[in-house]
Design a protein around this ligand. Structure first.
Ligand code: ATP
Ligand code: LTN
Length: 329
């Protein structure tokens, strides 16, 4: 089967090295192998309150990040979710065959709603229906995401099968694609929680952090009670997390990293890690500044992406409406 790749990032803040290692880095590699759509999921972003002005800016900045990490608009479509309204239409339809109990099981909903207390909108609950729509609308075969999104992709698979069995074969059942190492980068200040854009600034390194800030954050990062640079995610979760970042920044495997720091302490390792992150981000930051200076080019790329996605989405929705019996023939 011809593969089609779909993925997205929420324009909630500047992406961090967890987003890069878990998702964006593999997108840049995969676009060379498969047809790809990369979406800026602004409708998902508003499932928690956003400042409208900042949201608009974040949408453009996220597009610039996509380009800066190496996405090539000649190889893939880059576009804004809300500019292709079929996502919302399909989301509504899929929501009618999703079970409340399925949505109640979603870890992201449980975590985010716990943090927000009473102030939880229905959109945060039905978020997975929109994500399933994003994926199924294009007959996506592969969804490259971080580990935290696995459960949502699983639910999209379940819903594709359910729709196909209720209404006849309509949707391709997608596969998640997860990095072997680095699918879940943990917060620098707490190796028990995932690095997140909505966490405290000391908990993540954003793709736009300056060298000084990177050094400070890495030096302050929590470590384990031991002192050896050894990869053991159970006994040494904090250092193993930092080693995972080092692995992605340098290309060295865990054995090579352990050998490099035998007889040296966490201090030496952290200094080398900060240097490696600074070097990994430098070319991305240079490109990012160039794209941010050229909003016209950015607009042209997003227009072309929207047109390509709209064409596919329009064709698919015609079939879906007919299968469900909506409207008139
Ligand atoms: P927010 O805090 O606003 O929910 P987030 O940091 O979780 O943001 P998303 O926009 O939800 O980021 O995720 C974008 C992509 O990055 C997804 O594929 C997600 O799985 C991946 N990702 C997010 N956090 C991490 C992480 N800590 N490690 C690896 N991948 C991650
Ligand atoms: N829910 C994802 C973002 C997202 C996505 C998607 C990822 C929305 N739609 C479709 C892959 C495929 C997140 O929070 N990271």
């Amino acid at each position: 089967m011809k593969e089609l790749l779909f993925s997205g990032v929420q324009p909630t803040n500047v992406p961090h090295i967890g987003n890069y290692i878990g998702a964006l880095k593999q997108w840049a590699e995969l676009q060379h192998k498969h047809r790809s759509l990369f979406c800026i999921v602004d409708l998902h972003a508003i499932t928690v309150p956003q400042d409208p002005k900042k949201l608009r800016q974040n949408i453009l900045d996220t597009a610039a990040v996509y380009l800066a990490v190496g996405l090539d608009p000649k190889r893939c479509a880059i576009y804004v979710q809300s500019e292709v309204p079929e996502h919302v239409e399909l989301s509504w339809i899929l929501g009618t065959i999703m079970k409340i109990s399925e949505l109640e099981r979603m870890t992201q909903f449980k975590d985010k709603s716990k943090k927000r207390g009473e102030n939880v909108g229905v959109g945060l609950f039905t978020y997975p229906a929109l994500m399933a729509a994003d994926i199924l609308l294009y007959d996506t075969t592969l969804v490259p995401v971080g580990e935290d999104q696995m459960q949502h992709v699983e639910l999209a698979r379940t819903i594709a099968r359910r729709f196909n069995s209720n209404f006849g074969d309509t949707f391709t059942v997608p596969q998640p694609l997860i990095q072997k190492v680095g699918a879940r980068i943990m917060a620098l200040d707490d190796p028990k929680v995932k690095m997140s854009k909505s966490g405290a600034p000391v908990s993540f390194i954003s793709l736009t952090d300056e060298p000084d800030a990177i050094l400070k954050k890495i030096m302050r990062a929590v470590t384990d009670s031991g002192k050896d640079v050894v990869y053991d995610t159970v006994k040494q979760p904090a250092i193993s997390n930092l080693m995972t970042i080092y692995h992605h920044a340098t290309g060295k495997n865990m054995k090579e990293i352990e050998n490099e720091f035998t007889g040296k302490g966490y201090g030496d390792f952290k200094a080398a890690l900060a240097d490696a992150i600074i070097a990994m981000l430098a070319p991305i930051q240079t490109k990012l500044n160039e794209y941010k200076k050229d909003p016209t080019e950015l607009g042209r790329i997003l227009d072309a992406g929207r047109d390509a996605a709209s064409k596919l989405a329009g064709e698919k929705m015609k079939i879906v409406r007919e299968r469900v019996g909506l409207g008139r023939s």
